[in-house]
Design a protein around this ligand. Structure first.
Ligand SMILES: Cc1cc2nc3c(=O)[nH]c(=O)nc-3n(C[C@H](O)[C@H](O)[C@H](O)COP(=O)(O)OP(=O)(O)OC[C@H]3O[C@@H](n4cnc5c(N)ncnc54)[C@H](O)[C@@H]3O)c2cc1C
Length: 495
């Protein structure tokens, strides 16, 4: 009968990275696993299907070898020459640095100590990576998923299929079901009505609220309601709301989020099926560390070179959103072309080119007088030193005597033709989420105990990121806590 409740030992909401890792680890415990996905099948996978790389701890070439297939020793050596290692201590310090010391230490400890194990576990489950080349080589991470996040998700679905997990599409979870305080299932809405799913344990892995204008306004504040989102339209916060409805504790920073510079013409949202067709040619506009960014008044407003790109891009969106009209322009001169500083996706970027600064200002609609003054003062403020566009280490070539300072990668803008790229804020995901026990991923109740039968992972976990983030961390943390959540949900369901 169509409306009869369906039962799984472990019921997982979502089909992104966190959900799939939870499902795969639950299957290891010989339980039945069902997944609910709001999207239709062709758009399963959430934001995870739009990603490229993961930030993990490794000690050298031996740690990389099991993760890659069909990659020569010479290629691997080339990667190690770029970034010889990333230690647990490096990773801890980095997250504490970008979050101004505000990351939850219990969560961070698990994140940094388990990332390497998680990568090798993923490889055992059929995942593989390839050297980051071309545009991806411009980031902080030296490996990318084979086929990007889209490819990774397809491998997850094949593994889940082999393991006997069942996915229900166009099935949006709307309410948790409890008996005596224990979570025993979920009500979900489908095109043909409400469906009841019962379970031994539930894992919520259905993303955050970035796709809900109403929740963005409520938690992130003015201006965020009308912002464009980089990812899927499905992550509208039900998971968080339904958990908090039964007393789950909120955690972390609900007023900050991941938001980066995007082409002014970035679409309202992106779904996995259209992303797969785009050859990964994203609207990311990440040349800014080598540029100056100005607003329509022709004024700089941020330290574009505060740190490497991977440690600043997630907070740059907020700075751009605060400018008049929420618009900014990345300005570079002819040297940038000669030095090959542009990521390849700038071929499709929205911008203008002119032999003069005044001409560029006119083309872009910037206050020309202020703009020329800004550029002149910037050029004069550049300190001696060698410009080095190294993505893993800042070059120390900064400015003095201007506000805001540019701390690194200060390259003069004096040689025409000049180019300017129009950018806006694109929001990626929210930093606020639920409080979990770091060892089990069990959701914590406001009264101070774990909610029996309820686990969460991925974007829904609050506390790791505050105000900023380091690139590739979302997928890494999602897989680590997804694995933990699936194991513990399965053990609970069997208990
Ligand atoms: C364009 C883009 C590029 C990115 N690149 C990177 C990168 O290279 N590296 C990195 O680490 N991070 C990257 N991120 C961030 C990364 O995508 C997230 O950290 C990660 O995907 C979160 O995984 P998740 O499983 O929690 O959520 P998601 O992958 O978003 O999955 C959530 C799932 O839940 C479903 N869902 C939502 N509500 C419901 C409901 N009520 N019922 C049922 N299903 C529901 C959604 O449809 C979706 O399938 C990127 C994000 C974007 C948008």
């Amino acid at each position: 009968m169509a409306n009869e409740p369906l039962h799984y030992d472990v019921l997982i909401v979502g089909t992104g990275n966190a959900a799939c890792t939870a499902a795969l680890s639950a299957l290891e415990k010989n339980v039945t696993v069902g997944l609910l996905e709001k999207a239709p099948q062709q758009d399963r996978g959430g934001n995870s299907a739009l990603t490229g790389h993961m930030r993990f701890v490794f000690g050298g070439i031996d740690d990389l070898r099991p993760l890659v297939k069909n990659t020569s020793e010479a290629e691997l050596q080339g990667l190690i020459d770029r970034l010889p290692r990333r230690t647990v201590e490096d990773s801890w310090d980095e997250v504490m640095s970008v979050t101004s010391g505000q990351s939850d230490p219990d969560l961070l400890q698990v994140h940094v100590t388990e990332s390497s194990n998680t990568m090798h576990w993923l490889a055992e489950k059929g995942q593989d990576w390839v050297p980051a080349t071309g545009m991806q080589a411009l980031g902080d991470n030296i490996l990318i998923m084979n086929g990007g996040g889209y490819g990774m998700q397809q491998r997850y679905y094949a593994a889940l299929d082999r393991g006997g997990a069942k996915i229900h599409y166009q099935t949006a979870a709307i309410e948790l079901i409890q008996e005596n305080g224990r979570v025993v299932g979920v009500y979900a809405i489908t095109p043909t009505g409400v469906r009841k799913f019962t379970a031994g344990a539930v894992v919520l892995a259905c993303g955050s609220f970035e796709a809900s204008p109403e929740l963005r306004a409520r938690y992130l504040g003015s201006g965020w309601d009308t912002v464009r989102i980089r990812g899927v339209p499905y992550n509208t916060g039900e998971g968080l709301l339904m958990a908090m409805d039964i007393g789950a504790m909120s955690h972390g920073s609900w007023t900050t989020c991941h938001a980066s510079p995007q082409d002014i013409n970035v679409p309202e949202y992106t779904v996995p099926s259209s992303f797969a067709m785009s050859n990964g040619d994203s609207t990311d506009r990440y040349v800014y560390p080598y540029s100056i960014m100005v607003n329509t008044n022709g004024e700089r407003f941020v330290d574009e070179g505060e740190d490497t790109r991977g440690r600043t891009y997630a907070k740059m969106g907020r700075s751009i959103l605060a400018q008049p009209g929420g618009v900014a322009f990345q300005i570079l001169d002819a040297k940038a072309r000669r030095m090959n500083l542009y990521p390849s996706n700038y071929a499709g970027a929205t911008g203008a080119k002119s032999n003069t600064l005044e001409g560029l200002a006119e083309e872009l609609g910037i206050n020309s007088e202020n703009f020329v003054k800004t550029v002149t003062e910037f050029n004069a403020a550049i300190q001696p030193g060698e410009f080095n566009p190294n993505r893993h280490r800042v070059d120390g070539k900064g400015t003095a005597g201007i506000t805001p300072r540019k701390s690194n990668y200060a390259l003069s803008i004096e040689e025409g033709p000049f180019e300017g790229w129009a950018v806006r804020c694109g929001m990626t995901f929210c930093f606020g989420g639920l409080k979990i026990d770091a060892q089990t991923a069990q959701v914590q109740h406001v009264a101070g105990w774990g909610i029996p039968g309820l686990y969460t992972a991925g974007e829904m976990v609050g506390g790791l990121w505050v105000g900023n983030y380091a690139s590739g961390s979302g997928m890494m943390a999602g897989a680590t806590f997804g694995r933990i959540a699936g194991t513990n949900a399965a053990l609970f369901a069997k208990s």
